[in-house]
Write a protein that binds this ligand. Structure first.
Ligand SMILES: [Zn+2]
Length: 511
């Protein structure tokens, strides 16, 4: 994710009192008990440890005139526990549900706080693959989750759902945690004058009903719930097979963008295949089957690393072209989407690295080396709250600005302490290879850094990620022996790198 400082307000439909009152009453009679979550330390009720999803087949109709979303989601999952008939399992979901079938048998269900609790109607021993079909019909823009968020954003043109850490519950039932990745088949029927965009590759567009078209999207690589998006509206599409090797590349620009912003966005997004090729040469081969980007003013003040096709708010392109944000979101295809957080305490693994890849892009382009940018950030760091603990920012904001700023400085400190780019980039590649399509914790990275460097990086990471307060030395003065090293931060602040304003005009202004 990357936040833009100017937050925009979303168009939200009014919530009739009737709809709120009806919410709790809708049930195929009550499920047995409230299911427990997957055990994330920041969000204990989210997700489920009872099953592991392998595929979501989402089959929906969206009517922009009413804001109504209806259809079914078919979930293929494997039981991870002994789910005897009568056991309650949970799917993270907010929408009015019509029916639930498990293995073709009607299941009792209750729609509670952020959770569709379903009573398993048949015995499912551990390891059993089972199919759940949930039918639903609701107006997602009227729905807020337990935390008060309304992440389904709509205007007269259509709707977009793309958010972190939570977006799935506004449009399909899921195991909404990064540790349960799955493949996706997303099929959406919309008026023929609206486009429908999602992740992966569009396999077909069909027309069986006059005035309506069905768009079918397929994501073949494992994908997280929060990296899955849906956009319905009027877009200009661009792109063709590009990159090395050639991949389907599809970009889309909302037709209501300001013309200058559209031009600036194109000057950035159209470079996606080139930027992905550079990332692949710096990191490891690109992990996915397609590339692209979507620019839409309805994205509420941020950009998100939606898998294969990042989504960007228009604000990133107000000042001019902005290839840094394209680097950031595509770096997340490796750091975030392929190698994903094991818990919502591990956000540094995503944001620290995506931010540092922006520094490396500047280094390649001669607009300031990563070392120069990091030292300048350290010297002029009034915007960084040095008391945010990057290894545990807390549930109120799992992605604070400090993960991006201090988080990138921590990586420069590591690179400076290693003082050997062959070793530094070998560590990156081993990390991305070992945990590809999987999940990891910050502690796993520190373990690997210790193994690859043959040194203890523990003290360095304690200083830069965990200890409160500004480290006593600038990133490029870092060594592995912090205790023995005299602070040398008295050197004058370096000159402002040329890329600086491009980088930090697009990061949140929060202090
Ligand atoms: Zn990010």
């Amino acid at each position: 994710m990357n936040r833009f400082p100017l937050l925009r307000s979303a168009t939200v439909r009014a919530v009739p009192l009737l709809a709120v009152a009806a919410l709790a009453a809708n049930a195929g009679t009550a499920a047995a008990a409230t299911p427990t979550g997957i055990g994330d330390p920041n969000f204990p009720n989210i997700g489920s440890a009872a099953y592991d999803v392998s595929n979501y087949s989402i089959d929906l109709k969206f009517d922009p005139s009413s804001g109504r979303l209806s259809g079914t989601t078919t979930i293929t999952a494997k039981a991870k526990q002994d789910l005897k008939a009568g056991t309650a399992i949970g799917f993270d979901f907010l929408l009015q549900t019509q029916s639930v079938l498990i293995e073709n048998k009607p299941a009792k269900y209750t729609l509670g706080k952020d959770k569709l609790a379903v009573t398993v109607p048949v015995n499912l021993p551990p390891g059993t693959e089972f199919t759940t079909v949930v039918a639903y019909n609701d107006i997602p823009s009227r729905v807020q989750n337990a935390a008060g968020a309304r992440n389904w954003v709509e205007n007269a043109g259509g709707a977009i759902i793309s958010n972190e850490p939570f977006s799935a519950e506004w449009w399909y039932p899921s195991n909404d945690h990064p540790t349960d990745k799955a493949t996706y088949a997303i099929s959406v029927l919309a008026p023929e004058d609206r486009d429908v965009l999602s992740n992966g590759v569009e396999t077909s567009v069909t027309q069986n009903i006059p005035g309506w078209k069905r768009h079918n999207w397929l994501s073949k690589a494992p994908q997280m719930t929060y990296a899955t998006f849906l956009a319905i509206g009027k877009y200009e599409r661009t792109g063709q097979n590009s990159g090395t090797p050639a991949r389907p590349n599809l970009n889309a620009y909302a037709t209501d963008l300001d013309p200058t912003i559209r031009a600036n966005a194109k000057a950035s997004i159209e470079r996606t295949p080139e930027i992905v090729d550079w990332l692949a040469s710096t990191l490891t081969p690109y992990p996915y089957e397609a590339t692209g980007g979507v620019v839409d003013a309805r994205m509420g003040g941020f950009a998100l690393e939606t898998q294969t096709r990042p989504t960007y708010t228009d604000g990133f392109f107000r000042r001019g072209k902005n290839d840094s944000v394209v680097v950031h979101e595509n770096a997340h295809q490796w750091f975030g989407d392929s190698v994903s957080v094991a818990t919502w305490k591990d956000g540094w693994l995503n944001e620290g690295w995506a931010s540092y890849l922006e520094y490396l892009w500047s280094e390649k382009n001669g607009t300031g080396t990563a070392a120069e940018i990091a030292d300048y950030a350290y010297a002029t760091s009034t915007r960084i709250n040095w008391n945010v603990v990057l290894t545990d920012p807390g549930p109120a904001d799992v992605l604070p600005a400090e993960l991006y700023t201090r988080g990138a400085l921590a990586i420069q400190a590591l690179r400076s302490a290693i003082n050997d780019d062959d070793v530094f980039f070998r560590l990156i590649r081993e990390w991305l290879t070992k945990y590809q399509y999987s999940n990891a914790k910050i502690a796993d990275f520190i373990d690997m850094a210790n193994a690859v460097t043959g040194r203890s990086t523990n003290a360095l990471f304690k200083t830069w990620l965990t200890d409160k307060g500004k480290p006593a030395y600038k990133p490029t003065d870092a060594t592995f022996d912090n205790a023995k090293r005299a602070p040398r931060s008295t050197s004058p602040a370096p000159a402002k790198p040329k890329v600086w304003d491009d980088l930090y005009a697009t990061v949140t202004q929060k202090q």
